[in-house]
Design a protein. Structure first.
Length: 177
């Protein structure tokens, strides 16, 4: 048997076993892929005609927050104190704050101070505090939040919140606030 006749025989057996549904599905998938490829090529042509400069204007550079320049330890201490005052003003009970300068960032263009803050409050107060921190300073990131219900008071939560204060430039060693 030649290759074309064996292929035709296999197709006839498959059509007999499964009916025309798989063939129709395959045809629809192929038509959809071709339509998608055509739409994608038209879209890229339109972008090419419009010009990449017009596309870049859609997001102005001034709206993106920039990292503050290197902060002396005394100012960094004040920044951490203001975070703690914000937490207390939101009604959060604070534990002992852990400070950490991550290793391996001596060659980086940005550096950070990690803060581990144990908190006790209801969930809404913790959420309000995190929102206020992010609104107050775009150079602070929330790295991790661990929540656990307080066994003595089910309405309150025990939380461990890890924040990073980011800045450009490299800090020379830990000046713990």
């Amino acid at each position: 048997m030649s290759d074309s006749s064996s292929w035709r025989l296999r197709a006839q057996i498959a059509l007999h076993r499964h009916g025309p549904v798989p063939l129709v599905v395959l045809a629809l998938l192929l038509a959809g892929a071709l339509a998608w490829a055509h739409a994608l090529s038209r879209h890229t042509d339109q972008l090419g005609q419009k010009g990449m400069a017009d596309v870049a204007v859609a997001v102005p550079r001034s709206s993106a927050p920039s990292l503050p320049a290197w902060t002396p330890p005394a100012q960094l201490n004040q920044r951490v104190r203001s975070l703690m005052q914000l937490a207390e003003s939101q009604g959060l009970e604070l534990g002992r704050v852990d400070y950490r300068w991550p290793d391996g960032e001596s060659e980086a263009q940005a550096s950070r101070l990690e803060l581990g803050i144990p908190l006790r409050a209801d969930y809404a107060a913790i959420k309000r505090f995190m929102a206020a921190v992010l609104l107050d300073s775009p150079a602070i990131s929330i790295d991790q939040l661990t929540l656990r219900r307080d066994s003595a008071n089910p309405g309150r939560m025990e939380a461990m919140l890890w924040l990073s204060i980011w800045q450009t430039g490299v800090m020379n060693g830990p000046a713990t606030p």
